[in-house]
Write a protein that binds this ligand. Structure first.
Ligand SMILES: NC(=O)c1ccc[n+]([C@@H]2O[C@H](COP(=O)([O-])OP(=O)(O)OC[C@H]3O[C@@H](n4cnc5c(N)ncnc54)[C@H](O)[C@@H]3O)[C@@H](O)[C@H]2O)c1
Length: 170
């Protein structure tokens, strides 16, 4: 006997990329912003002024590629559980490619998947890593070997977040 299983995706994978000044964002649900201390010091206040939600939590992870690993995933998930984020909650990735990749991965596995948006703050993240839905972390066998394809619900690119950073690097 063969039983065909026909599945229609129950999750839309279409989304918009907004390239503009960050608009006011309003969510009727809990929001967890994932960021690191470097970005937080520079830009978190601006982001917080622009977000209205039922509750807003900030999860701060250490800065650096060496923290893009499963230990940090565990730390993030613990924070989401401690703050009782439910399946309707939203994860906001606020940072460069490291924060974006790990936040997207956590969103893809937390309670089997919650929505997430990307607000990238480096040039690389704005032109590359925040779009396309590749999420993941490194392990001792190599880079980005653990992960998922998981599309954001939206990407908000405000070049003011990356302007000074880009100038410094040129
Ligand atoms: N998912 C994808 O499709 C994809 C594509 C390319 C790269 N990546 C991943 O992206 C990561 C690299 O991303 P990255 O180059 O953004 O590095 P990064 O996230 O480590 O950021 C670089 C540094 O800049 C700091 N920073 C971020 N925004 C800043 C700002 N506005 N002002 C000042 N400092 C700021 C960060 O804290 C960090 O110290 C790698 O892990 C790579 O694997 C993923």
């Amino acid at each position: 006997m063969t039983i065909p299983i026909e599945l229609k995706s129950n999750r839309s994978v279409e989304y918009n990329i907004y390239i503009d000044k960050l608009p006011k964002l309003k969510f009727n649900r809990k929001v967890a912003i994932i960021t690191n201390p470097t970005i937080s010091k520079l830009h978190l206040n601006t982001l917080l002024k622009n977000i209205v939600a039922d509750m807003v939590y900030v999860v701060t992870i250490p800065d650096g590629e060496e923290y893009k690993n499963l230990d940090t995933v565990e730390t993030i998930l613990d924070e989401l559980f401690k703050n009782k984020l439910d399946r309707k909650s939203l994860v906001v990735a606020f940072g460069g490619g490291v924060v974006g990749d790990i936040s997207g991965f956590c969103a893809s596995i937390y309670q089997r998947g919650v929505d997430f948006i990307q607000i990238p703050t480096t040039l690389l993240a704005q032109v590359d890593s925040s779009v396309g839905g590749k999420t993941g972390v490194n392990n001792r066998f190599g880079k980005n070997l653990i992960g998922s394809f998981y599309q954001p619900k939206a990407v908000y690119i405000d070049i003011d977040f990356s302007r000074d950073f880009t100038k410094e690097r040129v």
